[in-house]
Design a protein around this ligand. Structure first.
Ligand code: BTN
Length: 326
């Protein structure tokens, strides 16, 4: 069988290739080529066949390359990346790094996958993860001790990603507490932070980001809320996926390094600039109750500040779902 990524690299330009051409290139039988092409379907990649012309990808693919991502990282950030792996397919980049962390993987391990078979969203939701079109990326970081502020780290990550999107020209980007990155009220990306204690009394976090770059319409139909992608936001000048992946990796590193240096200092103020809930009436759904009030920003631990009957209350994200009232 031909390595699926090797085959995809060859087909990535969207041109037609005959079975014979591919067979000679890989020194394999035409039947083996055919089987390898069929195998691509397992990743959700479709190959068209046109009599006389051969095979081509239904859509050209801009594949991720670990070396290309690494060379795009600014040296100050690259020095913190202990390993950088790109997989054709994983169950979930977060689950992979959680497994690796339990086996002692170092801080700064970064991984990306072209495709996730069980991509995880917040609150047990599935993260729709089609092949080669968006970005699914996770970073492992270790801390000497647990701090209550860690619950706000995912907001800091959202903030650095929003700053990245704005720097690329997506000026309407905003943040919906706690972890949604929106553009014109449609979901562009999300952050899932998973935390665990280690044996030495410290703890580690795996910070996962799903970022819509060029969502295929068929897969987009499976998403249960309005969504958008970078291809729609930046009609011209969409950076390559490798460049965007490097930008996201830097945003994650910026967040953890700043957290190590200053905790969540300055977050409530910086959040205000992107906060799409500020001043809106919202309803928080808890497992057994609901609370409504006016969102008035976040506090120094990243908790939502809600004004209710003239009093202020704060809520941490936990298992809450939040709806903006009409
Ligand atoms: C959300 O629900 O908004 C958070 C989504 C986080 C999805 C990313 S994709 C990369 C990483 N691996 C996962 O399984 N989930 C996160």
């Amino acid at each position: 069988m031909i390595d699926p990524i090797e085959l995809l690299r060859h087909l990535a330009d969207g041109a037609f290739y005959s079975e014979q051409e591919l067979a000679s290139r890989y020194g394999m039988s035409r039947h083996m080529v055919y089987q390898s092409l069929c195998k691509l379907k397992e990743f959700g990649v479709y190959v068209e066949r046109a009599g006389g012309c051969g095979y081509r990808l239904s859509c050209p693919i801009d594949l991720l390359e670990s070396q290309s991502i690494r060379t795009r990282l600014k040296p100050d950030y690259a020095s913190h990346v202990s390993e950088l792996e790109v997989f054709p397919s994983l169950d979930s980049t977060n689950s992979y790094l959680l497994r690796r962390a339990a086996q002692g993987a170092p801080r700064g391990a970064l991984c990306l996958a072209e495709y996730q078979t069980s991509g995880k969203g917040r609150r047990g939701r599935r993260w729709v993860s089609p092949f080669g079109s968006n970005l699914y990326l996770s970073l492992l970081w270790r801390f000497d001790h647990y701090s209550a502020e860690l619950s706000g780290l995912s907001l800091l990550v959202g903030l650095t990603i929003a700053e990245l999107v704005r720097s690329l020209g997506g000026n309407e980007v905003c943040l919906k507490w706690p972890n949604d990155i929106l553009f014109e009220r449609k979901k562009l990306g999300g952050v899932l932070l998973e935390l665990s204690n280690d044996k030495t009394g410290g703890c580690y976090v795996v910070i996962g980001v799903g970022f819509n770059v060029s969502m295929p319409l068929t897969e987009g139909r499976d998403i249960e809320q309005p969504w958008t992608d970078m291809a729609s936001i930046l009609a011209e000048g969409l950076p390559s996926r490798n460049r965007l992946a490097a930008g996201l990796a830097e945003a994650l590193l910026e967040a953890v390094l700043s957290f190590e240096a200053r905790g969540l200092e300055g977050l409530p103020h910086a959040w205000r600039d992107y906060d799409c809930l500020h001043g809106s009436y919202v309803t928080l759904n808890f497992p057994s109750t609901v609370k409504s009030g006016r969102a008035i920003g976040i506090d120094s631990l990243g908790r939502l500040r809600l004004e209710r009957d003239g009093m202020e209350e704060v809520y941490s994200s936990g298992e809450i779902s939040l709806r903006v009232d009409a």
